[in-house]
Design a protein around this ligand. Sequence first.
Ligand SMILES: [Zn+2]
Length: 126
Amino acid sequence: MNTFEGICEYCGRSEILMAEGKEEADRTVTENCACGGYRQQQRAELLMEYIDDITKENTEKNFRAMEDAQVIGIKDAAAGVVYGHFDEVKISVVGSVVVIKSIINKNGERGAKITRKAVSEEEAEV
Ligand SMILES: [Zn+2]
């Protein structure tokens, strides 16, 4: 253990603390920084994992698989919601509608809520 200057990777705030090395000092300051950048990044990563799940084929829910370009578009939109660029995004894709909404979570932090609904319709003209 020695004294190091840890720097938050999101806001640049620095703090002198005891750590095993510079890397650990940076990580400790980043993970505990009041700017919330680290937790926001964690939420964004969780959301991306969830998007990987819900964009796959799911016959039980009547979801068709999405192509890579569609998944990337949804992830970009979701990141925009988590980082506060959009309040709500609605995407119609392969027979379903994906809605990503900005929310304030139980810790008072900006987050996102995502839903995918299969759209099915039947119509006939005679
Ligand atoms: Zn910070």
